[in-house]
Design a protein around this ligand. Structure first.
Ligand code: ADP
Ligand code: ASP
Ligand code: MG
Length: 423
């Protein structure tokens, strides 16, 4: 019997009616003769509310206790969904991440999955039960509850799809696929039928929250296709899989140069000023940030003639306090002049495998932003991505204008929210 792994996001299980809707979808898949393992996120804004609750108690909650708290959101929706399936007359069992055999490292709030022991899931499936797993969580090698970082239910689902030998991981959300840009910002964004792992990785890393970055890393590593679809419609969604899947060479060559535009306003810029310009300095700075578990992205260094330089990088806004602590020590150790931070930035990224062989993409991007009078603070590139850091206040206008400039706009139809199944 084939195994189907499905993941339902927070909006899809936000209230009793939607939980009932998801229960019926799962039962319909089961009735088609599949063994079903469904991964569920916390309802609606539960995770944000739990975070806010913790901050009401203390500005600096211990991370172990944060994981105990946040993992509760997924347990609630998972148990409620099991009840809804029972009500339909089917046998279902809900498991926490730990009961599902998801073993992680000990990095609280951002744990990585190390291993999965799916025996309990498999034996429940053999007994004809529908299995529900609380997303976004596991148990560490030190036997503590851990969570996998924001959006982590996507990662749970892909990892379980791999462990259970499923052919695909179906990710049900509040949009009917991956779009050329966030459809809630760009009304003329187009749904993509297919996105390669590499493109989706760059999109997820640069702010397209429709799939969590680690879930795409996992999917690419183990070649697990992800089908991103709406939980409110039956429409075919977007397939995320290896680049050429289902396309002949001519179709691949006809792919547009730019596939999508992503953006994030959840990063901050840190700059170290007056750093001695000598070997080993950058290594000291970034070793200190790494030791503080801060993920750095776009990096630039300006070398001055006086033997000193400035080093800037972007970091996730949530990591800024840790970065500041680390840089405070680095300034003293290196005899640098100072460090400064800027949280009012946005990063916009153009993504497309086609840009590897097409000159002029950067020029068009920079010219389009220049025509809007927008200053470029930092520029970063990968073989299939160009990113610019700009002032946060310009991000909406910049994304929409670039979307048009790179010919990504939907030509005939302007989507209304209801067309995409957004509730
Ligand atoms: P879920 O709760 O189902 O995991 P998320 O809120 O995490 O859903 O992700 C879905 C949201 O991602 C959409 O509502 C949309 O606003 C946003 N999004 C950002 N960029 C894109 C994109 N390129 N394509 C589709 N959705 C996107
Ligand atoms: N509930 C978690 C979050 O809001 C995990 C998830 O939804 O995937 O980030
Ligand atoms: Mg999500």
């Amino acid at each position: 019997m084939s195994v189907v792994v499905q993941k339902y996001g927070g909006t899809s299980v936000a209230d009793a009616a939607r939980i009932g809707n998801v229960a019926r979808r799962i039962v319909a898949t089961f009735e088609q003769g599949h063994s079903v393992c469904a991964v569920v996120s916390a309802r609606g804004d539960t995770t944000d509310e739990l975070l806010a609750l913790a901050r009401e108690i203390t500005p600096d909650p211990p991370e172990r206790e944060m994981d105990m708290l946040l993992s509760a959101g997924e347990r609630i929706s998972c148990a409620l969904l099991a009840m809804a399936i029972h009500r339909l007359g089917y046998d279902a069992v809900s498991y926490t991440g730990s009961q599902a055999g998801i073993i992680t490292d000990t990095t609280h709030t951002k744990a990585r999955i190390l291993d999965i022991h799916p025996d309990r899931i498999e034996s429940a499936m053999r007994e004809g039960k529908i299995v529900l797993v609380a997303g976004f969580q596991g148990v560490s090698t030190a036997k503590d509850v851990t969570t996998l970082g924001r959006g982590g239910s996507d990662t749970t689902a892909v990892a379980l799809a791999h462990a259970l030998g499923a052919m695909v991981c179906e990710t049900y959300t509040d949009v009917d696929g991956v779009y050329t840009a966030n459809p809630s910002l760009v009304s003329r964004a187009r749904k993509l039928d297919h996105v390669s792992y590499d493109e989706m990785l760059e999109m997820a890393a640069s702010g397209a929250q429709v799939l969590a970055l680690r879930s795409v890393e996992y999917a690419r590593k183990f070649d697990i296709p992800i089908h991103v679809r709406s939980s409110f419609t039956e429409a075919e969604g977007t397939w995320v899989n290896d680049g050429g899947h289902g396309m002949d060479i001519e179709q691949q060559l006809e792919q547009p140069i730019i596939r999508a535009i992503s953006y994030t306003t959840d990063e901050a810029k840190v700059t170290l000023r007056g750093v001695p310009d000598k070997p080993g300095v950058a290594a000291r700075v970034f070793n200190a940030l790494a030791a503080a578990r801060v993920n750095v992205d776009t990096i630039i260094q300006n070398t001055s003639e006086s033997g000193h330089s400035d080093i800037s990088c972007t970091v996730p806004a949530e990591d800024l306090p840790a970065a500041e602590l680390a840089l405070h020590d680095v300034v003293e150790q290196l005899g640098a002049r100072e460090y400064v931070t800027d949280s009012s930035i946005a990063k916009i990224s153009l993504i497309g495998a086609g840009m590897r062989s097409h000159p002029g993409v950067a020029a068009t991007m920079f010219q389009t932003l220049a025509d809007l009078g927008i200053n470029l603070d930092m520029i970063g590139t990968s073989p299939i991505k160009i990113s610019c850091v700009i002032a946060k206040e310009h991000v909406d206008e910049a994304v929409r204008t670039l979307h048009t400039a790179f010919d990504l706009d939907e030509k005939d139809v302007v989507h209304e929210a209801s067309d995409r199944g957004v509730c």
